[in-house]
Design a protein around this ligand. Structure first.
Ligand code: AP5
Length: 220
């Protein structure tokens, strides 16, 4: 029997989880599962989950564990998840981490690696305030560090680039505080497992990616 191996990108908002998880998913040929992207798609479609999540996301707080665990559980049942997925932004609370462990135990799946990206808050605020995201394909840009060739247009699909509603300064501060209170405890939760790797998020995207690949190769 093939055991599915799931990879977790853990870290504060804006540390580079999405940027790195998209690349890592391509390298591993596994689906990129971002709970943030899934929630934003639900908000756009006006679904029941979207209606419940919209105001919470705009405020910078976390969406309820029950909703998140339900969407992840459903996502893992899809055929393309059978070899594993790259989680980006999940788990985000101790409750979610327990729920994931229970799900993995039921299916006989494993955690391939927990990649904890770390960066200081000043750099994080600079990254988030300059972020732009493609409205069509979700590609991530930065007005200074990773600008598109044509202003406001995605290099990959030609879609328009947008600033996320929660990338306003007051909401960024709230998201960082919520991270400290609710998500940072996950570091202790995973720290003593062999799958846990602390990776510096500093420097160029390519350099961070090389550190991630090295951490996973050395462990595997
Ligand atoms: P989510 O979408 O998960 O956002 P987040 O965790 O706040 O993380 P971000 O997407 O803001 O940052 P990132 O680390 O992915 O950085 P990125 O690669 O984009 O969640 C949004 C909301 O949804 C939450 O607030 C919550 O309400 C809800 N939610 C989602 N999941 C949930 C869950 N599990 N439970 C409960 N609620 C949930 O990079 C940022 C910028 O930096 C970009 O512009 C990028 O180009 C640039 N950049 C990246 N790397 C570098 C580099 N090395 N050098 C220079 N610039 C860089």
């Amino acid at each position: 029997m093939i055991v599915a191996k799931h990879f977790i990108f853990l870290g504060a908002p804006g540390v580079g989880k999405g940027t790195q998880a998209q690349r890592f998913a391509q390298l591993m040929d596994l689906p990129h599962v971002s709970t943030g992207d899934m929630l934003r798609a639900s908000v756009q479609s006006g679904s029941e989950i979207g209606l419940r999540a919209a105001a919470v996301m705009e405020s910078g707080a976390l969406v309820g564990d029950e909703i998140i665990v339900r969407i992840v559980e459903e996502r893992l049942l899809l055929e393309d998840a059978s070899d594993g997925v790259i989680f980006d932004g999940f788990p985000r609370t101790i409750h979610q981490a327990h729920a994931l462990d229970n799900l993995l135990a039921v299916h006989g799946d494993e955690i391939g690696a927990v990649l904890h990206l770390d960066l200081d808050d000043e750099e994080i605020v600079g990254r988030l305030s300059g972020r732009r995201v493609c409205s069509k394909c979700g590609a991530i840009y930065h007005i200074r560090y990773h600008a598109p060739t044509v202003y406001g247009i995605c290099d990959i699909c030609g879609g328009g680039l947008l600033q996320r509603d929660d990338d306003q300064p007051a909401v960024i501060r709230k998201r960082l505080a919520v991270y400290q209170a609710e998500t940072a405890p996950l570091i202790a939760y995973y720290h003593d497992r062999p799958a846990y790797h602390l990776v510096s998020g500093e420097g160029e995207v390519d350099d961070v990616f090389s550190r991630i690949v090295k951490a996973v190769e050395v462990a595997g």
